[in-house]
Design a protein. Sequence first.
Length: 121
Amino acid sequence: MALKIIPKNRRTKSARVKRVERSLRAFVDHVEQRLELRPGDLLKPEQDQNHLLKPSQATDYLGVSAKTLANWRYQGSGPKFRKIGSRVFYRRSDLMRFRKARRYKNTSQYCSGPRNEELGQ
């Protein structure tokens, strides 16, 4: 009986490796949920809180349209932003603070939600 050599790219993962990967993925999902991050944010390298994001990245993070973000800038009701020349940028920490300030347990809290003055804006 000859030994069968399986090419490296066709080898399957062991059951133990699969269990560890599932456990790790569950842990990452749990941490992302506790920190109120969007799925996959924890595994991204640019997690620096002062990292500047473009408006397109900010819309992905907040889950709103670019038009909504532009309207918030105009009205002064959105997250803090920076202008460098004619370009607009958002700090990740400002977006996280903005999102966290708008977390409610019921609809009556929403009516009395934070105003820009309360957010320090």
